[in-house]
Design a protein around this ligand. Structure first.
Ligand code: DSN
Length: 435
């Protein structure tokens, strides 16, 4: 179903909601979407989300349900598990996770006792995730956390991580990040976990699509358990998968997820994951993932040519971090707000080794990624244009304190011209491109 048909169907019942959906469709077409955890799900994925699987309830796993009428949900769920195992090379897959945070919680719940368990993971301000032990998450409140970070060059130092792991002795050693632009050495993490007597967990939410497409090394066979959301580089619906190397781990995680944490699975979403996995197994998707990385590298290079400080000096994956304060004396939040007003959408983000007092809400930089622009068919040569838009925006953004009601731009006419240029540029790229 085309987006306009979806809107027309909604409009028959709820014009107010139809307007909001149409406006969001237009926003996603008009803007340059650079949030690295977003993408454009395909029409087939979106159609499956709206299929009759949305009407079905059921608890439990295939062949072991607590409700009748599961003939086709069972067949579908087993098919999706099989596709996940084939694509990622792991023998076991749990496909009922509603999102990334509950998937990680299910793994912790499977193996750790509250107030006894120990997790070692990357600190939030260096690129870790809330559910990797941040003090504001229950993961940081219920478990003892040993946090590691990047070295002064903004990269992971595996010798230092090994030293810390052998000293801290975690029950679970986590790798996989929300804001780390470099290749993860899964083999080294697996070995360190074994040496420290820990289960290894890779949260590959950001790079799952790259792994599936061969644009990032696989955690198999090095990592015991892998979690990931399905809507980022994998380009599926919003949900999560959990892969396990051993039958024993698989059974524990399954039990922790249901009945431990969740009730009825979202069958329409699971079916849509299946469609996304089928798409991800194609040569076109492999080419897409290599395109994502090529574009991120080109964008990093184009920004560095314009004297922006790109964390770690570039990227190996789909995202980059730019220290805008160090580059232009502009805090990340100011830049993110200004960019949105001219049609570039990204998120402000902490940057490793930036000023020590940066806060998650007031950090020194921004995070940007190329999954969405690559889905629209943009190529490395287009990244220089995006870097130019970024630079033009920073050049007209006010520094220092802004008086209330005066706006973020020093030159409003230049901002209007920039917005027009951005919208003219994006109009060349359809929101669903398959190459
Ligand atoms: N922290 C989110 C992101 O990377 O955008 C994922 O949970």
């Amino acid at each position: 179903m085309r987006p306009e048909d979806i809107v027309a169907t909604i409009r028959e019942v709820d014009p107010t909601m139809a307007d909001l959906v149409a406006k969001e469709d237009a926003r996603q077409a008009r803007c340059i979407r650079l949030i690295p955890s977003e993408n454009y799900a395909s029409p087939a994925v979106r159609a499956t989300l709206a299929s009759s699987f949305t009407n079905k309830y059921g608890e439990g796993y295939p062949g072991k349900r607590y409700y009748q009428g599961q003939e086709f949900t069972d067949e579908m769920e087993v098919l999706v598990q099989k596709r996940a195992c084939e694509l990622f090379g792991y023998p076991h897959a749990v496909v009922q996770g509603l999102s990334g945070a509950p998937a990680n919680l299910a793994v912790y719940a499977a193996f750790l006792k509250p107030f006894e368990g120990k997790i070692m993971a990357m600190r939030l301000d260096h690129g870790g995730h809330l559910t990797h032990g941040s003090p504001v998450s229950v993961t940081g409140q219920w478990f003892e956390i040993g946090a590691y970070g990047c070295n002064p060059d903004d990269v992971l130092d595996m010798d230092e991580i090994r030293r810390q792991a052998l000293e801290f002795r975690p029950d679970i050693l986590v790798c996989g990040y929300t804001a780390y632009p470099r290749t993860i050495d899964f083999e080294a993490f697996g070995k360190i976990a074994q040496e420290a007597g820990a289960i290894s967990l890779a949260d590959v939410s950001h790079i799952a699509g790259l792994i599936a497409g061969g644009a990032h090394p696989s955690p198999w066979p090095h990592i015991d358990i892998v979690t990931f959301t399905t809507h980022k580089t994998l380009r599926g619906p919003r949900a999560a998968l959990i892969l396990a190397k051993s039958e024993e781990h698989y059974q524990k995680v399954e039990k922790a997820l249901f009945p431990g944490m969740q009730g009825g699975p979202h069958f329409n979403t699971i079916a849509a994951i299946g469609v996304a996995l089928a798409e991800a197994a194609t040569p076109q998707f492999q080419a897409y993932t290599h395109g994502v990385v090529a574009n991120a590298r080109a964008l990093a290079a184009a920004l560095m040519e314009r004297d922006y400080h790109v964390s770690s000096g570039g990227t190996d994956n789909h995202l980059l971090l730019v220290d805008t304060f160090r580059s232009r004396k502009l805090p990340g939040r100011r830049v993110a707000i200004a960019l949105e007003q001219v049609g570039l959408v990204l998120n402000f983000n902490t940057v490793p080794n930036a000023r020590p007092d940066q806060k998650p809400l007031f950090p020194d930089g921004v995070r940007m990624g190329t999954p969405s622009v690559t889905s629209r068919g943009m190529k490395p040569e287009h990244m220089a244009t995006i870097a130019d838009f970024f630079d033009r925006c920073c050049a007209i953004t006010k520094r220092g304190k802004i008086e209330k009601g005066t706006g973020v731009f020093a030159d409003k006419a230049a901002a209007d011209a920039l917005r027009e240029d951005v919208f003219a540029f994006t109009a060349q790229f359809p929101t669903f491109t398959y190459e």
